[in-house]
Structure formats: structure tokens, C-alpha cells
Design a protein around this ligand. Structure first.
Ligand code: C2E
Ligand code: MG
Ligand code: MG
Ligand code: MG
Length: 289
């Protein structure tokens, strides 16, 4: 029922959206209102290492609106970006993620990375570093636990502006991950100049790993680049054991996808962590493979 409801509402949303200016304004108004009315929330998708240990979670934003239903983030984030709502939405995402996980950390020790997606306009906000610092300090989460996920579309912007910002974030102790790597604009020479820690292999390549030679080669190339630059390589959208085994054979370090877990609410994440710890003796850690 849930899935069907989501599918229908996504379709209604898409047909409402089209490219019409009026509809964009409508969605923008609903989003602004929804942000104030608490319609937005965060979910967290586990990431595991080769031993099956939980090594991170990716924070993903959700919007459930009474009229539009469940609207997928890749549809409403562009609206927020285009309409000037992204600073408010981005601040909500940072604040909620850090504080929900800090609350969880008060109940149980968390030793994993917290990955937060940062959109281009959010990253380029003049006060982004100030807000980031304030939110991290305010939450009590150590900055070394925080990873910012950026996309290659950031690099269409002025590199002379972006590189110093990335260096500053790196100096603050945060990790930086390149999301959807290989789908966009970055070049190898650019990669060399950037203080990044992780490459994320896009789901579109993982989808084809079992039977598409071009996707296999792409993944092998990304992993080789990652190894050469001493980066962690994480594959996203891993849906079955066969994909996992091939990725592992190719040398991928970390994995994320429905094969391990769907994105979970903070409450469900707590449950998930307790179950993973509870089913083993005290010396072993959270294993889920
Ligand atoms: P992304 O950052 O590449 O996130 C990964 C997407 O893949 C998520 O979709 C996740 O739910 C989905 N996914 C993970 N594993 C699987 C799998 O095994 N199978 C399938 N079919 N899907 C899987 P989601 O949450 O719909 O987000 C879509 C995109 O929207 C994200 O892509 C990201 O670009 C953007 N987004 C989501 N949350 C945020 C956010 O808090 N801030 C920003 N700036 N962007 C966000
Ligand atoms: Mg991401
Ligand atoms: Mg991605
Ligand atoms: Mg992706």
C-alpha cells in the first residue's frame, strides 16, 4: 500500500509539475509552508564495509504533503534551489540530522560516519561555513564523524572559489565525498587538486554490474582512480548479493543499498543498531551481512 501510494502521488506530482511557472510557484509555496509546518523529515541509510560492519549512514530528506503526497527529493530539491528556499531547507537538513544523531549518541555509542548531501547553492551560500560550524558545535557531534557529499555539478562553478572552501571544510576535520562520481563534469586533473576522501559509485553503474561490460569497466576504472588517490570507494544502490560480491572482488571498500537496508527514520535506526548489537556477543560489533 505504501509503495503504491508513493508511486501514485509521485505521478500526480510529476503531472502537476510539468514546467509551468505557476506550478513551480505552487510547489514552492507548499514547500515553504511544509518546511514551517514540519512536513519534512530525515531518514538514514546504513553503509557497510567489507566485513559487513556498519561504517556510516547517509542522511536523506523526505517530504510528505497532504495534497501532493510523498514528493521525491530529486523533484523538490531543484525547486528549492531555483526558488531561493535552499538555504532554509539546507539548514533544516543539517540541523535535524546532527541533532537527531546526537540524541541517539546520548543513548548508545555511535562509531560511524554521518554523510550529509549538500546541494550546489547551499554550498555556495556566503554563510555556509558559519552555519556548518555552528550546527556541528551546537550538536556536540565531533566534526571528524561528519562527511559532506557534494556532486560534480559543483565544478561547473568557479573552481577558484570552491577549492578554498573545500580546503577549509577539510581543515575543520570533516570528510568530503564525491557523490554520483562518473556521471558529471569532474576531470582527473581536478580530482588531484581537491581535498576529498571518498568516491561514491553511482547506482546507474551498479545496476549494470552483473551483465553490462561497459558498467563493469566503469566501476573498475573508478575503483582504480580511488585507489591511486588513496580514497575510500563506496558503491550505492547495491540491491543483491551478486552485485555486492562483484563490487567486493573489484576492490570496492564500502556498500550502501536495499540489500543491506532501506533508509530508516531515527527511531528505526536505533532499533536496527540495537538488534545488530543484541544478536551477537559483547566482543563482536554490528554485523549485518
Ligand atoms: P543520492 O545522494 O545519490 O542518494 C542515493 C539515492 O539512492 C537515495 O534516493 C536512496 O534512497 C536511493 N537508494 C539507495 N539504495 C538504493 C537501492 O538499493 N535501490 C534503489 N532503487 N535506490 C536506492 P532519494 O532519497 O530518493 O534521493 C535522491 C537524490 O535526492 C539523492 O541522490 C540526492 O541527490 C538528493 N537528496 C536526497 N536527500 C537530500 C538532502 O538531504 N540534501 C540534498 N542536497 N540532496 C538530497
Ligand atoms: Mg548522496
Ligand atoms: Mg549518490
Ligand atoms: Mg545517485
Amino acid at each position: 500500500y505504501e509503495a503504491k501510494k508513493h508511486k501514485n502521488s509521485a505521478r500526480i506530482f510529476a503531472s502537476h509539475m510539468q514546467d509551468s511557472y505557476l506550478n513551480k510557484v505552487l510547489v514552492e509555496q507548499k514547500l515553504r509552508h511544509g518546511l514551517e509546518q514540519g512536513e519534512l523529515f530525515m531518514v538514514y541509510q546504513p553503509q557497510v564495509d567489507c566485513a559487513g560492519q556498519l561504517c556510516g549512514v547517509e542522511a536523506l530528506v523526505r517530504w510528505n504533503n497532504a495534497d501532493l503526497g510523498f514528493v521525491p527529493p530529486d523533484q523538490f530539491i531543484p525547486v528549492a534551489e531555483a526558488s531561493g528556499l535552499m538555504p532554509a531547507l539546507g539548514n533544516f537538513i543539517l540541523h535535524t540530522t546532527l541533532n537527531e544523531l546526537a540524541a541517539l549518541q546520548k543513548k548508545m555509542s555511535l562509531n560511524f560516519d554521518i554523510s550529509i548531501n549538500i546541494s550546489v547553492s547551499q554550498f555556495l551560500q556566503p554563510d555556509f561555513i558559519t552555519i556548518l560550524t555552528r550546527e556541528i558545535m551546537g550538536s556536540g557531534i565531533p566534526s571528524r564523524m561528519v562527511t559532506l557529499e557534494i556532486t560534480e555539478s559543483l565544478f561547473i562553478e568557479d573552481l577558484d572559489q570552491i577549492i578554498p572552501l573545500l580546503k577549509q571544510i577539510n581543515d575543520m576535520g570533516l570528510q568530503i565525498s564525491m557523490d554520483d562520481f562518473g556521471t558529471g563534469y569532474s576531470s582527473l586533473s581536478m580530482l588531484r587538486q581537491l581535498p576529498i576522501d571518498e568516491l561514491k559509485i553511482d547506482k546507474s553503474f551498479v545496476d549494470g554490474i552483473s551483465d553490462n561490460r561497459a558498467d563493469q569497466k566503469m566501476i573498475q576504472n573508478i575503483i582504480a582512480i580511488g585507489k591511486n588517490y588513496d580514497l575510500v570507494v563506496l558503491a550505492e544502490g547495491v540491491e543483491d548479493q551478486k552485485q555486492m560480491e562483484m563490487l567486493q572482488r573489484f576492490g570496492c571498500d564500502r556498500f550502501q543499498g536495499y540489500h543491506f537496508s532501506r533508509p530508516l527514520s531515527a527511531g528505526d535506526l536505533e532499533h536496527f543498531l540495537r538488534k545488530a548489537v543484541g544478536c551477537s556477543d559483547e566482543t563482536s560489533q554490528t554485523s549485518m551481512v
